[in-house]
Design a protein around this ligand. Structure first.
Ligand code: GRF
Length: 206
């Protein structure tokens, strides 16, 4: 699911084409009929659907769309609306999101797109990065699956920070999806481990 240009969807799709995996994109869903992610999906012959969150407070339409597509997991890639709680309950621990910073810093309401990178720039932090996490009712606060860092010198503009983080996202998200598909996740409360040693410093330290 996405609301924007769909560069993560492109990256996931192209990684899936280059490996043998029991993983495919069943459908691409957007709340914006003009989103680039839908154009991309259509160009690849992937089914698409426009979702109207305002007329679906209980999530029934979304649950039906996902189920009818045959998908087991929901992968958010730049989806800017809240997921209805019944959907989160129905697909418990099977909804992923990627956030363009190292959560729990620079997350929460209003922290999306360039807002994130401008806040990172303003704070003068020397490390940012990307976080893949499970989606829960608490915005940007679900269990963290994987993170990858981008080191900053302090001379980068917000736009340069955004570009560097996006590049990392394009590697990290497909790797996480493939690892979950091949090896699964282990959950213990708010802590999650990928079962295969890979991806990031966090996973390696366990
Ligand atoms: C990415 O930066 C992602 O971290 C955030 O939204 C952006 C989506 O970009 N959640 P794209 O549509 O995948 O290009």
């Amino acid at each position: 699911m996405g609301s924007g240009r769909g560069s993560n969807a492109r990256s996931i799709h192209s990684h899936l084409q280059s490996v043998q995996a029991d993983l495919q994109i069943s459908i691409v869903i957007s709340n914006r009929p003009d989103a680039g992610i839908l154009d991309f999906a259509a160009s690849q012959g992937i089914p698409t659907s426009v979702y109207q969150p305002n007329s679906d407070p209980d999530g029934d339409d979304l649950i039906a769309m996902v189920r009818n597509s045959g998908a087991d997991w929901i992968v958010l890639a730049g989806y800017l609306k809240a997921i209805p709680v019944p959907v989160i309950d129905t697909f418990k621990h099977r909804i992923l999101n990627i956030h363009p910073a190292l959560l729990p810093s620079f997350g929460g309401q209003g922290m999306y797109g360039m807002n994130v990178h401008e806040a990172v720039y303003a704070a003068g932090v020397k490390v940012t990065g990307a976080t893949v996490h499970l989606v829960t009712k608490d915005y940007d606060a679900g269990p963290i699956i994987a993170q990858r860092a981008v080191h900053l010198t302090g001379d980068e503009s917000p736009k340069e920070i955004a570009d560097a983080v996006l590049k990392i996202e394009h590697q990290l998200y497909p790797e996480v999806l493939l690892t979950i598909c091949n090896h699964g996740l282990r959950l213990d409360g708010n802590r999650v481990w990928l079962e295969k040693e890979m991806v990031n410093e966090t996973a390696r330290s366990h």
